[in-house]
Every structure is written in C-alpha cells, then in structure tokens.
Design a protein around this ligand. Structure first.
Ligand code: CA
Length: 226
C-alpha cells in the first residue's frame, strides 16, 4: 500500500484529501506546516508528497527544493491560484507535477497514479507503455505499431511517452511544453502542435488509426476506447 504525505495548512482541504485518498486505499499522513512537512517527506516510508505552495514556516517551493537534495520521492505541488510564477518555480525545484486549486479530485487521483507508476521500484517498473497496437519500450527507447517499427526523433518519442504516461488525461499545450521541452511557456506553444502533427503523420496517418485526439480549447489526449 502506498503512503501519501499531505502537506497543507488549510485543515479543511487536508481533511478532504485524507478522506479521498483513504477511500482509494492509500495510507496517509499529514503535516500542517513546511518544516514538519519536510521532516516527514524524508522518511523512507513516504511514497508520494502532495505539497501546498503557500505554507507557514517554509514555503512549498523551499520544502521541495530541500526534499530534492536528499530524495527522489514524487512531489505534486498544489497551487492556490493559477500563478505562472509558482508553477515554473515548482517545476524548477524538481516537482513532478502541479495542480491548481480548486481541482477535480479525479484528476488529482489520476496524476497520483501516474507519479507513483513512474517512480515504481525497479523490478516492479513496467518497461512497456502500450495503447492498442502501439507499444513503447522504455528500456530500448523504441516504438512499434504492431510489427512495424516507428522512426521517431528524440522529442517525438518523449512527447508520445508523456501522452501515454498520462493516458486519459487532457493535457494542455503548456503542460506538454513544460514537461517535454523543459522550458517555461512564456514562449510559443505552436511547437507542440507541430510535433503532434509529426506524430500523427507517423502513426495515425500511416496506420489509418486515431490515436491522438484534440481536446478543443485544451490540448491533446490519448484516450482508451470505452
Ligand atoms: Ca496553504
């Protein structure tokens, strides 16, 4: 069973998260300020940290920075507002993901699963990502559709990997840019559209399938058939 540490000073939100996570079968622990959060996050039995940014004592950004000096435990930042500076700072300090409050609990749960999978201990680590006939081999960094090998550039591969790791989640261009290209999104997000087009040429067009969907007004998604 995975243990999730909730670092959040707003008691109501902390309690809500605790109940939802327990309901999903996770063990939980809470901390109401940055210092306690940091102390608990460095304990070996914590599998993931939900970290609020606005905290008394030590800010979430600072907590994350210090966690990263000692540990690779997955960290998902919770930001109170849609503050670009916070997001960029959070990801810069090594957070795995961020969510803006208020958020849908289902989306947070999905991201927790993704982060936990990504950090699964060796031996449990799935080295294949699949979607129907599409298979990404994470050990060899190769991609196949059925029997056919796909010739992908490094960025195309990374974009496809990110989409598959976050399957069934609508990803914004900004998220894709932040996570695949490693730079903040003050720049042009057109590059994402360009690479999505490349991937579609190499997969969707070539095999006459529909793998990558556009979510109007949001971005892109790879969705399981229902
Ligand atoms: Ca707070």
């Amino acid at each position: 069973m995975s243990k999730i540490l909730i670092v959040e000073d707003e008691a109501k939100i902390a309690r809500f998260l605790e109940l939802e996570l327990k309901h999903e079968g996770y063990e939980t622990e809470t901390a109401g300020d940055g210092r306690t959060g940091l102390e608990k996050a460095l304990k070996k039995d914590v599998d993931l940290v939900l970290l609020d940014i606005m905290l008394p004592g030590l800010s979430g950004i600072e907590v994350c920075r210090r966690i990263r000096q000692e540990s690779q435990v997955p960290v998902i930042m919770l930001t109170a507002k849609d503050d670009v500076t916070d997001k960029v700072a959070g990801l810069d300090t090594g957070a795995d993901d961020y969510m803006t409050k208020p958020f849908a609990i289902e989306e947070l749960l999905a991201r927790i699963r993704v982060a936990l999978n990504r950090h699964a201990r060796p031996g449990h680590k799935p080295n294949l990502l699949t979607h129907g006939k599409l298979v990404l081999n994470l050990s060899s960094h190769s991609a196949h559709y059925g029997e056919d090998e796909l010739t992908l550039t490094k960025k195309e591969y990374e974009l496809l990997e990110y989409l598959l790791r976050n399957k069934n989640i609508a990803l914004t261009r900004e998220q894709l840019l932040n996570n695949v290209w490693d730079y903040d999104y003050f720049g042009d997000t057109n590059v994402v559209d360009v690479y999505i087009r490349y991937l579609r040429q190499k997969i969707d067009d070539r095999f006459k399938v529909h793998i990558i969907s556009t979510v109007r007004g949001v971005g892109y998604i790879i969705k399981d058939e229902r």
